[in-house]
Ligand binder design. Sequence first.
Ligand code: ASP
Ligand code: MG
Length: 422
Amino acid sequence: MKVFKFGGASVKNATAIKNAVQITQSYKGPLIVVVSAMGKTTNSLEELWSAFVKRDEKTISKSLNKLVEFHNQLLVELFQEQSSSAKLFNESLSKLSNYLEKEPSENMAYEYDQIVSYGELWSTIIFSGALAAYKVNAKWMDARKIIRTTNHFQEARVDWPKTKDLVKSTILSAFEKDMGLKCVVTQGFIGHANNGKTTTLGREGSDFSAAILAWATSAQQVLIWKDVPGLLNADPKEFENTIKIDRISYKEAIELSYFGASVIHPKTLKPLQNSNIPLLIKSFVDPKAEGTIIDSDESADYQQASYIYKRNQLLISISPKDFSFILEDHISEIFSVFSLTGVKVHLMQNSALSFSVCATMKKTMLKGLIDNLSEKFNVKYNEDVDLLTIRHYKDHVFPEKLKTKKVLIKQRSRSTLRYVLR
Ligand code: ASP
Ligand code: MG
């Protein structure tokens, strides 16, 4: 078994969908193909949801029309009139329209999941139809019957044992019953709570869905198809001359993502690491190319410096008003304020009289944080610093940014060099 994941960009229009179908065709089964919502559909559905909870009728119908137009256009480009995909899409759409007629409940997160989950339902309906048109023996399955979660709407947590059972009785049993079946197509991002209500796993959750299904089927590998050649050693929007990483360990990928790289989320890597299932990141533009492989092999981790650049960081320096040393009890007090105000600390530095952190937080919480800390401490802060991390810096090239910006803090460990810049 292999698990594929096609993200929004890989199915954003008819050409992209055909390409994804051809990629699926070129592999041997059995496959599980996880698809996320097409293009920017999830963003549009979020607009629809926020109009719905505000009962803003005008925006509801505008957002819905936009979504319908986009999907109808795709249906027209891909299929003859009256395709079964068009029929299924329209049925699904009328369920959503009926839902939108109702009064929203108080629970916004619940409403989010009931509405935003349609993106993945539509993309898989269309993708299954496209596979059928190309004579690929595929079966559409409803992830809301397979992935069991808690009822933490909008960021549901997985019930692993139950999900494994459900995968067995749905996906695995389908492959057993039909020897000719090549692939099961299902939705990323969505699941269900034990009362049957739809849940979602958090934005960008489709990679995680692929990992869950791979774990539950003890798959041989997961392939995530992207519009980049693989993992890069830096964000091309921030750095020139980025290099593709050919191979990296789960451990190192988790480290990079901890330092702020938008590599694969640790949540996705964990189930794969636990069962030692390799993850391949491959380009849907050039499917034959090698891509990046992530597995337990750590031998290549030190070969390449990686650069991680995080903007809009908050730098806070805290010192006790009575000039007492920064001691453990101060630090624990400071951290309980951080935890109350949702501060995510990325770097810490202390001296005898002060303690500084580089962090991110919701802008709306900043005043609460400063007021709270100012009772006991002198607090200075700067809302607009950048954090540069260079991992495996041994042979690194100094990025331009270090020449043009002022270094406020520099930290060096054996493998990592970090700068707070302004
Ligand atoms: N469609 C969802 C999102 O855009 C899930 C995903 O793409 O992974 O967040
Ligand atoms: Mg998406």
